[in-house]
Design a protein around this ligand. Structure first.
Ligand code: SAM
Length: 285
């Protein structure tokens, strides 16, 4: 990849998106994946891992607000939060905004992503890594959730797609481990791909999660650079009421948290659990 060329994403064969590379800021073959961060005139700084867009400065807020404020406000009183992946630091930035949380742990397999994103994507993490409640663990997420004795109220799997190191975060072992280290009334959420193009991933996650959790579904948001339609977020807990809180409760918790967001609001929260019929049909098969 060099300056002034076009870069074509490799996630899907036969249908994709491209970016003009105005300037390559950093590239490294870390011990786990091929990491590149480059400037694009429309999206700002873009980070890709193994040829797949992970995040861009312009639209990251949609994904990170939805992956944090939905489960945290649905739970109502989270104290211990676990982030799996999330090396760019934006998920941590949004979790930190909830003052009632006492402990935040992030398990990231690739220390290089944390290091290089702190330097080249400073707007993602901002000062999030300095939060005194925060602990960084460098490990494979599936190892951590299978072995830790810690318990969490919300687990957020901010992982890559199920290729390369991310593959282990879509396995039954990982889901079983997450269920094991959740407190009662705990909530698990995970990025689960664009269901129009990655429907099998949603169906497989739904089936596997259903072996361990009593209530499994998805919620959704359209994130422009996760192209192809709505991105689905897997949702799993043992208490179905957590997925369908009344709007007034979410609104009062949102107000009490004192959050100002650019995508998330209480109406988006409750509306995001409405799913397209083609996905509901696939999950019912
Ligand atoms: N928002 C992005 C998306 O939806 O594609 C994910 C962004 S974040 C950069 C993905 C992170 O997951 C990366 O930092 C990657 O190193 C990390 N990761 C991949 N596999 C992992 C694993 N098995 N355990 C822990 N972290 C992992």
């Amino acid at each position: 990849m060099t300056d002034k060329e076009m870069w074509y994403e490799t996630l899907h064969a036969g249908f994709g998106q491209y970016f003009s590379v105005d300037k390559v800021l950093y590239r490294e073959q870390t011990g786990h994946q091929d990491l590149v961060i480059f400037e694009n005139s429309v999206l700002g700084r873009v980070m890709a891992l193994d040829g797949v867009v992970q995040t861009t400065e312009r639209d990251e807020f949609i994904y990170h607000e939805m992956m944090t404020h939905v489960p945290l406000l649905a739970h109502g009183a989270p104290k211990d939060v676990l982030i799996i992946g999330g090396g760019d630091g934006a998920m941590l930035r949004e979790v930190n905004r909830h003052q009632n949380i006492e402990k935040i742990t992030m398990v990231e397999i690739d220390a290089g992503v944390v290091t290089f994103c702190k330097q080249y994507l400073p707007n993602h993490s901002q000062s999030a890594y300095d939060d005194p409640r925060f602990t960084l663990v460098i490990d494979d997420g599936v190892n951590f959730v299978s072995q830790t004795s810690e318990k969490f109220d919300v687990i957020i799997s901010d992982c890559t797609d199920p290729i390369g190191p991310g593959e282990s975060l879509f396995t039954s072992d990982f889901y079983q481990g997450c269920h094991r280290c959740l407190n009662p009334n705990g909530i698990f959420v995970a990025q689960n791909g664009v269901c129009f193009l990655q429907q099998d991933e949603a169906v497989n996650s739904h089936r596997k999660l259903g072996h361990y959790f009593a209530d499994v579904s998805f919620y959704q948001a359209a994130v422009p650079t996760y192209y192809g339609g709505i991105m689905t977020f897997a949702w799993a807990s043992d208490n179905p009421e957590l997925r369908q809180p009344d709007a007034a409760t979410i609104a009062s918790r949102f107000a009490a948290a004192g959050l100002t967001c650019r995508y998330y609001n209480p109406a988006i929260h409750t509306g995001s659990f409405a799913l397209p019929q083609y996905l509901l049909n696939a999950l019912a098969d």
